[in-house]
Design a protein. Structure first.
Length: 216
């Protein structure tokens, strides 16, 4: 199911936090551990949001939702060390892809897209840090607007951002494609094509990385 602009705006205004994006919840998804590489690496219509060297020996893809507390925990407690130890040192290329579990999560991703590619990850970081201030409140739009203003985004631009059907459709296409790859919850990670569901600690990630770094 593709979210219409009206349905999305109603949810963003806090009228309902209905998971209209979870349209495939009743489907039986294929149980495979490795996604077809050519399908997995195809970027979405809005382009990839990635950090690290393009030729790094490890490509780590995370599918996340902005209203996922486990994703926020990973972003706050695991990602900083992952970045300093592996991304900044050229060992890992990290790609974040949108898998919103509800319209409010989609709104968060839309805001991150609207601030520009150079500020995308900074906005994602702020949104996860302040998740309880905007994602789980009666009127998420108020919380998001406050964050947008702090980022220098005028209210008019913010409203235009949340009404941008092209951005919303692009995020939805990424989510639908992810389902075909076996993503059914967040966070879900692909490490050089191999699927791993759920939170991963730094120690666990180190063990998963070792086979690819033996010769590095």
């Amino acid at each position: 199911m593709i979210i219409t602009r009206r349905e999305f705006c109603e949810a963003a205004l806090g009228l309902a936090l209905v998971g209209v994006l979870a349209s495939a919840s009743g489907l039986v998804l294929p149980a495979f551990a490795e996604a077809p590489k050519e399908d997995l690496m195809a970027p979405g219509p809005l382009g990839e949001q990635a950090q690290g060297k393009s030729d790094a020996p490890i490509t780590l893809i995370e599918y996340a939702s902005m209203t996922c507390s486990h994703c926020a925990n990973f972003a706050m407690k695991v990602y900083p060390e992952l970045k300093s130890r592996y991304i900044d040192t050229g060992k890992v290329r990290y790609i974040l892809r949108e898998f919103p579990l509800d319209p409010v999560a989609a709104a968060g991703f839309m805001l991150a897209r609207c601030v520009g590619d150079d500020k995308y990850f900074a906005m994602i970081d702020v949104l996860f840090k302040l998740q309880t201030k905007w994602a789980f409140v009666p009127n998420p739009k108020v919380g998001l607007l406050g964050i947008a203003r702090q980022a220098g985004l005028p209210e008019k631009t913010f409203n235009e951002c949340l009404a941008n059907q092209t951005v919303l459709d692009g995020i939805e296409q990424v989510r639908q494609h992810a389902e075909k790859l076996g993503v059914e919850s967040t966070p879900t990670f692909f490490i050089n094509g191999t699927l791993h569901r759920g939170e991963i600690t730094v120690d666990e990630m180190t063990k998963l990385f070792e086979p690819y770094l033996k010769n590095g």
